[in-house]
Design a protein around this ligand. Sequence first.
Ligand code: NDP
Length: 246
Amino acid sequence: MQLKDQVVVVTGSTRGIGKEIAIAFAQAGATVIISGRNEQMAAETKKEFVQKGLKADHFACDVTNLKNVEEMVNKILDKYKCIDILINNAGITKDNLLLRMDEADWDEVLNINLGGVFNCTKVILRSMLKAKKGKIVSISSIIGLTGNVGQANYAASKAGIIGFSKSIAREIASRGITVNVVAPGYIQTDMTAQLNDKTRDEILNHIPLKRFGSPSDVAGVCLFLASKEADYITGQTIIVDGGMAI
Ligand code: NDP
């Protein structure tokens, strides 16, 4: 299998896109580290994987807490010796028009979506630099490229991931480590389940492929970017949006 013996950390992999990414990597032969803030959900998700014969472990971790990230990474390195691939997926939305947006909602979205990418990348990069190899893929959003009404905090965090990744890609290219971004459009998960029918229809009208994406549409691109076939790709943002932003 293509990722046999590789260790992959997927943040926010207890549900939605992160879980699907974890499944895709585990099916490709990797050992996947399931993580999220909710310990019980992480443990249950890992159990599901193991029952299906997939290799997985779990660690509860809040990506906003640098100490927490360091503890998780130290435990993984003690047990598995290396981390080959990092998928920065954990993210939330707290939508509101700017004039109604609380400072707390601005801070929380920036802290999780962008601060989490900073914390996990910084801590895991140390071991990748020692190993002189590694692949980092972060999940941004099409909203980080286009902006959206009521999502100034989310758009800023997701645009930030793109600038951050281009910078780190340049910093560490000479060390054999690639850094790329996936920018999904509307994907069917808990995050988008709250949309009402009218909004869903309006969005669908703007998607040339006339359907919402599935988590596996995103997972396949992550798998490619983390594979050997993508060794010569770094600093890029791949859009997975059914053509919405053409
Ligand atoms: P979900 O809400 O379904 O899942 C989010 C995951 O992130 C959960 O596992 C959650 O676990 C975890 N998480 C949230 N906050 C933290 C935190 N502070 N520390 C660690 N883990 C955390 O979201 P989606 O699957 O829809 O989204 C996944 C990513 O894809 C996000 O970055 C999102 O912005 C992005 N995206 C999603 C799109 C969509 O249409 N769904 C479109 C474009 C991008 P727990 O709550 O237990 O911590």
